[in-house]
Design a protein around this ligand. Structure first.
Ligand code: FES
Length: 106
């Protein structure tokens, strides 16, 4: 009887292809196909990609399952995208979301 592969990719029978590019606040990064935005940002060492409305405190992923909305980011100009759920697509332009993402400068 063959032994099951021991590495995580083998366990799920994943065959990742080449990473593709996207940018975060103008910084070129890469993501694997199907990788969530939060996972890709974490892999690049980025832990915060939103600031709160009032105090401007930094936020990133908290629950990781789409419930808390702490991980909101602006993707291709669309604010309020949950980074823990949204897969990165080739060429995505991601920016830090400030406040509601729809705030206009006064
Ligand atoms: S980390 Fe909670 S909704 Fe994304």
């Amino acid at each position: 009887m063959a032994r099951a592969p021991r590495d995580p990719l083998g366990l799920v029978r994943a065959e990742p292809t080449e990473p593709y590019p996207f940018t975060f606040d103008g910084r070129p990064l890469t993501a694997l196909p199907g990788q969530s935005l939060a996972a890709a940002l974490w892999a690049a060492g980025i832990l915060s990609w939103r600031t709160t409305r009032g105090a401007g405190a930094p936020r990133g992923a908290f629950c990781g399952i789409g419930t808390c909305h702490d991980c909101l980011a602006t993707v291709n100009g669309r604010p309020n995208q949950r980074a823990c759920l949204v897969p990165v697509r080739p060429g995505d332009t991601v920016t830090t979301q400030k406040g509601t993402g729809r705030d206009t400068p006064r």
